[in-house]
Ligand binder design. Structure first.
Ligand code: ZN
Length: 247
């Protein structure tokens, strides 16, 4: 079993542990063997995902070997972003609650603290009504996946109005960690806005602080400690579950 498959399984659990996904939401990784394929779980609640549930898809989001399994309706989010973003190695789609209010208002998410500095790189909002007549808000076609990928552009994440968000990274760890800190950033910004009151002053990170902080985090081993902690906890939990299941 490759480390990537295990990391992907653990990612589902880490995101659930942090309230970023519940029964819905998914995380994928580009295949290191073939950049025109990606790995994603079969349709399953994140905390139930194990190594056997990980499937391979081509970039048109067709499973390589379906084996009769159920697959996520919104898998097109993954395939279409991988097509447009060769730098992206992992993608998280989630409905994390604190982020949603920023997708339905004109209040922009702003960089507020160290580990959420990447917010300052820009988080566009995908308005699905710009790309199809009003109706279902699920990204379940190539067209909608491509439209979302186009709105995302070269940014680290995009909000999906009335739905959730999509977060990308150059590794599974980066996409997962960004997803968790995007949720925290939205929560902290709402708290700051409440404390400051209407028109009250909030000091956000400025452009220089965003540039310096994100450069340090991307180049240094900043995330290794975070990833090691969360991954170890999730791994131990997974081992415990396997032991209990085996009796
Ligand atoms: Zn969704």
């Amino acid at each position: 079993m490759s480390n990537l498959v295990l990391d992907l399984v653990l990612s589902y659990r880490i995101l659930a542990e942090h309230g970023v996904v519940d029964a819905y939401g998914h995380v994928s990784a580009r295949s290191p063997q073939n950049p025109n394929r990606y790995l994603l779980s079969r349709a399953l609640a994140p905390e139930l995902v194990t190594e056997d549930d990980i499937m391979e898809f081509d970039l048109d989001s067709e499973p390589v070997d379906r084996q009769g399994r159920g697959i996520y309706l919104e898998r097109f989010i993954h395939g279409e972003i991988y097509k447009l973003r060769p730098d992206v190695q992992a993608i998280v789609h989630n409905h994390s609650p604190s982020v949603i209010p920023f997708g339905v208002t004109t209040v922009p998410l702003k960089p507020l603290f160290n580990t959420g500095a990447f917010v300052g790189l820009g988080i566009p909002t995908f308005e699905i009504r710009d790309f199809q007549p009003s109706g279902d808000i699920i990204v379940k076609t190539h067209h909608l996946g491509n439209s979302l990928a186009t709105v995302l552009g070269n940014k680290p994440a995009a909000l999906m109005r009335g739905h959730g968000s999509v977060v990308v990274g150059d590794s599974v760890a980066a996409a997962v960690i960004r997803s968790i800190y995007l949720e925290l950033s939205a929560k902290l910004q709402m708290q700051a806005m409440t404390i400051a009151g209407p028109g009250g002053k909030i000091v956000y990170l400025d452009a220089a602080e965003v540039a310096e902080t994100t450069a340090r985090q991307d180049s240094a081993r900043t995330w290794e400690r975070t990833w090691d902690l969360w991954r170890t906890k999730a791994f131990n939990q997974l081992q415990l579950e396997k032991k209990l299941r085996a009796g």
